[in-house]
Write a protein that binds this ligand. Structure first.
Ligand code: SUG
Length: 448
């Protein structure tokens, strides 16, 4: 049976803004308080989806969330009408209003961890929504994420959904941003690669000194158990704590995998040799041939990797067996990174082509091409069971760009977030969106 890697991209929400909310994420911190352009952000994301669809890849779309999240503000003690809740929060606790307005759900690599049916004990595709417990503004995403994923992958014969892990730092889980899968073919059993930043219970693992390590080993292990993965089909590796301290807040800022290949920076991991040996052995058992593509620090420093987001690229398989790298424009703007990419693609290796996308609006909050997509490997039968409303087609692209043009503002600052009109605009837009994507009622304002 044919199988595919389907990329579901997060649609940027109407409140996209630069709130400076993510300590440890260099871009989020350095662009704090700048004015943003939600319309441009959404159109940049849609342009990437369209381009991939036109290149022949399976492409889907994942809906944004209801923001401002009035229910979250009510949980923090603000009361009255929705407009009063926003007004009080703006007066008394602006950082909380900003957090409740973040469009951070666009980075759907953090929505969930997904295991394809070929790897799981019950032969279904398993999803665990990420608790995103490290940052308040992200920790409020998972209830709606679960409802949206449930509406997209509704058929219980093929899809199993798990609630987010316990909402404590010991089970900090950032979803697919710290998870990669290696396989010969997407439909065959593969090796799931879980990368964690620290251990919550085992003090033998080193931890970063400056910035938080968001993902714990214990969270990754819990996800593997929930998904029914076999020991032979799983490899755990630790991120090098010193790169976390240099701004590598997720593993997908320093490594990306696809098919049989791992493209990574020399300094990305602890215990690299042992990790590569385990990946090689386990993938061989699955009939695959593991290929490591290491970028040496002498060619690209960690700082250049963080600035350019070289590794936050999408590594895609082409029909001839070679691979294509989808990178953000910031890679082209960085001389050393661009030089490295020229060498890489002309060396006759696996990665033969680079395509550049302008995703500046998302990049300024630390979200590159790979952050914007959730990969779901599906066979033909499973793909047919996905809600067809969320699969990108030329007409859907047209409808969504019109929808963005109609509803989105082209400028957003902190002051705009306090405008009660913004809430109404967003709800009107999202209500229409659930009809376009045929999701049913998924937002708090639609179900309460
Ligand atoms: O969690 N930025 C996100 C970026 C997530 C990127 N995802 C992956 N690497 N997969 C984060 O730090 C910034 C929001 C703000 O500051 O307004 C933010 O949440």
């Amino acid at each position: 049976m044919k199988s595919y890697e389907v990329n579901f991209d997060g649609l940027v929400g109407p409140t996209h803004n630069y709130g400076g909310l993510s300590y440890g994420n260099v871009a989020s911190q350095s662009n704090s308080q700048q004015s943003s352009n939600p319309k441009e952000a959404a159109l940049q994301g849609l342009a990437k989806m369209k381009a991939l669809m036109e290149m022949g890849f399976q492409q889907g779309v994942l809906a944004p969330q209801e923001r401002p999240d009035v229910a979250a503000l009510r949980n923090l003690g603000f009361s009255g009408t929705d407009a009063q809740v926003i007004e009080q929060a703006a007066k008394q606790a602006m950082p909380l209003l900003v957090a409740s307005c973040s469009a951070s759900s666009m980075w759907v690599a953090n929505a969930a961890t997904v295991s394809p049916s070929a790897d799981t004990a019950d032969g279904r595709v398993h999803f665990t929504a990420a608790n995103l417990n490290c940052k308040y503004h992200r920790s409020i995403e998972h209830p709606t994420t679960s409802r949206v994923l449930g509406a997209m992958f509704a058929d219980q014969k093929h899809f199993a959904h798990h609630a987010a892990l316990p909402a404590v730092a010991q089970f900090g889980d950032e979803g697919a941003a710290n998870h990669t899968r290696f396989c010969r073919e997407y439909g065959e059993a593969g090796v799931e690669f879980f990368v964690f930043g620290r251990s919550a219970f085992d003090t033998r693992y080193p931890a970063p000194q400056k910035y938080p390590a968001r993902q714990t080993l214990e969270a990754s292990q819990a996800v593997a158990r929930l998904h029914g993965l076999s020991d032979d089909g799983v490899v755990y590796a630790q991120q090098n704590p010193s790169v976390i301290d240099q701004g590598v807040f997720h593993n997908d800022v320093i490594a990306v995998g696809n098919g049989e290949a791992l493209f990574y920076h020399e300094d990305a991991f602890e215990g690299t040799e042992q990790m590569l040996a385990e990946l090689t052995t386990k993938l061989t058992k699955c009939g695959g041939n593991f290929k490591a593509i290491c970028v040496p620090r002498s060619k690209v420093s960690v700082e250049d990797a963080v600035r350019s987001y070289l590794f936050n690229s999408q590594l895609l398989s082409r029909a001839d067996g070679s691979m294509l790298l989808i990178v953000p424009q910031e890679c082209q703007n960085n001389e050393r990174v661009w030089q490295y990419l020229q060498e890489l693609t002309s060396s006759g290796g696996l990665i033969r082509e680079v395509k550049v996308f302008d995703l500046k609006q998302s990049m300024q909050n630390g979200g590159g091409p790979a952050c914007l997509r959730l990969r779901v490997a599906l066979n033909e039968t499973e793909l047919a069971a996905v809600n067809p409303g969320v699969i990108m087609t030329p007409p859907l692209y047209g409808t969504l760009t019109q929808w963005v043009d109609k509803h989105y503002r082209d400028r957003m600052t902190e002051t705009d977030l306090a405008d009660p009109q913004l809430l109404l605009e967003c709800r009107t837009a999202l209500d229409e969106l659930t009809q376009i994507l045929k999701l049913g009622a998924v937002y708090p304002f639609q179900i309460n």
